[in-house]
Ligand binder design. Structure first.
Ligand SMILES: Cc1cc2nc3c(=O)[nH]c(=O)nc-3n(C[C@H](O)[C@H](O)[C@H](O)COP(=O)(O)O)c2cc1C
Length: 358
């Protein structure tokens, strides 16, 4: 239903400032009557983190920062939803405007700066949906003004572990000064050790995932994957937004805005990094592929590059919620065409080619 309305709503939403349009979208979703998604083709199911994902198409972090509409989003047919980023104390983020649509490029630039209602608000909302079906994870970060950022991740982990299927450690947002420095090997080792200890002490067992930036070097990736393996991370999310500005961008007036670029122009870099990550970790650490997915074709390529699960955000701005069904149908068609009954044999089968730029 809401899928059919999007072509009508899009010109109105796109006539508004991007953040206002997003707030309206969230309000609209919060008003939807509860609905269960149509059952997915069993060939799309993915068994991971001790759970059965009904399909691999997830919503990426940043869309529902306050965990206000997780059930409505699951109702749109996503196989899982990542809410957040959340930080311990409420913080306003950067001044507006802080998100921009690069329409011709099918891209977004944002510099929200982890605006968050804070841990208490998000934990309470997740607690209130306890027992409802659907897989919901939380993206966690550190307050901008924090004097002990590691302690912020630990606080988020301890508080959210009982209410989340997975926790994604976000050290890759480009919009909090110094946050990406936590990707350095010594910091990261300490951070992951402490987050995992906090998870284990909580008595709950959400998967702990690490989300990485597409702007790291291959040496940086070597260090990060070996730290993740050593610390027993449950999954890697590849990738966050990029600070790079590919030469292909045509919206040159907006391309100069500070912030993280996402959407179609991120696809090649994030998929290349995904393939490089797969070549390093193989099936020892499951990967979530994110960055520029806007079709069944791009989703399929992420799987071939090594993703077990997928996430998207920016393409929803341009294609609307019907995209979720389009991708799922397209994946089923491809499986049928190859005579496969599950996605597993596709995962990583072309990682070497894709890493070489193929
Ligand atoms: C407006 C906006 C806000 C975002 N906020 C977060 C966030 O809080 N934490 C995070 O890890 N990623 C955040 N992201 C990154 C997305 O989760 C995703 O990694 C990135 O957008 C690439 O996927 P896409 O090309 O499908 O949008 C945000 C992205 C956008 C566009």
């Amino acid at each position: 239903m809401i899928e059919a309305l999007f072509p009508l709503a899009r010109p109105i939403l796109h006539g508004l400032d991007a953040e206002t349009a997003h707030d309206l979208t969230l309000r609209g979703l919060s008003l939807l009557p509860p609905r269960s998604p149509a059952p997915d083709d069993s060939a799309l199911a993915v068994e991971l983190f001790g759970r059965r994902f009904p399909n691999p198409v997830g919503l990426a972090a940043g869309f529902d920062k306050g965990a206000r509409v997780a059930d409505a989003l699951l109702g749109l047919g996503f196989g899982f939803v990542e809410v957040g980023g959340v930080v311990p104390l409420p913080q306003p983020g950067n001044p507006r405007p802080r998100v921009f649509r690069l329409t011709r490029d099918r891209a977004v630039i944002n510099r929200f700066g982890l605006n968050s209602e804070g841990l208490d608000a998000v934990a309470d909302r997740l607690k209130a949906r306890a027992g409802r079906p659907g897989i919901v994870g939380v993206n966690i970060g550190a307050n901008k003004e924090s004097t002990d950022r590691l302690a912020d991740y630990v606080a988020c982990t301890a508080r959210l572990a009982p209410h989340a299927a997975f926790l994604t450690v976000n050290v890759s947002s480009p919009n909090t000064p110094g946050l990406r420095d936590l990707q350095g090997e010594a910091f990261l080792d300490d951070l992951l050790a402490r987050v995992i200890a906090a998870r284990d002490a909580s008595g709950a067992r959400p998967a702990v995932l690490l989300k990485i930036a597409p702007d790291i070097s291959l040496d940086g990736l070597d260090a990060m994957t070996s730290t993740a393996l050593r610390r027993g991370i449950d999954g890697l999310v590849v990738s966050n937004t990029t600070i790079a500005r590919p030469a292909s961008l045509t919206e040159t007036a907006l391309a100069g805005e500070t912030g993280g670029l996402s959407g179609r122009p991120l696809f090649t870099a994030s998929t290349g990094l995904l393939a490089e990550t797969f070549l390093r970790v193989g099936d020892r650490i499951p990967l979530i592929g994110v960055g520029g997915i806007d079709s069944a074709e791009t989703a399929w390529t992420k799987l071939r590059a090594g993703a077990r699960l997928l996430q998207l955000y920016s393409a929803l701005v341009y294609e609307g919620p019907g995209l979720v069904g389009t991708i799922k149908r397209g994946l089923v068609d491809r499986l049928r065409a190859e005579g496969l009954s599950s996605l597993a044999p596709v995962v990583g089968r072309d990682a070497a080619d894709i890493a070489r730029g193929g």
